[in-house]
Design a protein around this ligand. Structure first.
Ligand code: SF4
Length: 148
């Protein structure tokens, strides 16, 4: 991963983030908390956690999509205004991980909604989550400039 200061040039806007857990074991969620609290302090780059998907630019999604959450995930995606980015955080969100094959899983996430960035790891390191957010911002900027 590139050093964080080198990534700052991509942070031309303040990304607002909405976090949704679709059935994770909570370890990915704890790493997201680490990203947002003083040790990694993503807020210094303008990253803000919002309480409604209607205010968000980026969805941070953890866990496989369990059947109980299937409609909720789709609804949150629809409620998030365009242009938006979806980040699949962790192995479960990307591939179902250790939950693959379970009777109650409808994931992985990209079977349910479009995914723009995948962050690997079980759980991913906070640096990787932050890097995923930067990649999402790059894609948002490219969208705004008509490059994609
Ligand atoms: S990827 Fe690993 S840490 Fe994250 S929800 Fe799945 S099992 Fe838990």
């Amino acid at each position: 991963m590139a050093p964080i200061p080198k990534l700052l040039k991509y942070l031309g806007r303040s990304p607002w983030i909405y976090h949704i857990n679709t059935g994770s074991c909570n370890s990915c969620d704890i790493e997201i908390v680490a990203v947002l609290t003083p040790r990694y302090d993503a807020e210094r780059f303008g990253v803000v956690l919002v309480e409604s998907p209607r205010h968000a630019d980026i969805l941070l999604v953890t866990g496989p999509v369990c059947h109980q959450n299937l409609d909720r995930v789709k609804r949150v995606y629809e409620q998030t205004p365009d242009p938006k980015m979806v980040i699949a955080v962790g192995a479960c969100s990307s591939t179902n991980g250790v939950f693959d094959g379970s009777y109650c899983i409808d994931g992985p996430l990209d079977d349910v909604i479009p995914v723009d960035v995948y962050v690997i790891g079980c759980p991913p390191r906070p640096e990787n989550i932050l890097f995923g957010v930067v990649k999402a911002i790059q894609k948002l900027n490219a969208l705004a400039e008509g490059e994609i």
